[in-house]
Write a protein that binds this ligand. Structure first.
Ligand code: ZN
Ligand code: ZN
Length: 72
């Protein structure tokens, strides 16, 4: 869990790199987005622009949405 507004983790191996919290690869700051649910920083391939969340939270949203539909 990360707080909103907290900066992404700096990659010690790359001077100007920041780490994606999901795949742990180094990216430039502007390539990362902070998830509105868990506060983790995600790169483009770990990010779901549709919901402004990381792919991990998107999986939970999708499950929840599908669950709601199936119980009705
Ligand atoms: Zn990533
Ligand atoms: Zn998330």
């Amino acid at each position: 869990m990360r707080n909103q507004g907290e900066p992404p983790e700096k990659d010690p191996a790359h001077f100007s790199g920041f780490l994606c919290d999901l795949c742990n690869s180094a990216f430039a700051y502007h390539e990362l987005r902070q998830c509105i649910l868990c506060g983790r920083w995600a790169c483009q391939s770990c990010w779901t622009p549709e919901f402004y969340v990381c792919n991990s939270c998107n999986g939970m949203i999708t499950l929840h949405t599908l669950g709601d539909k199936s119980t009705k």
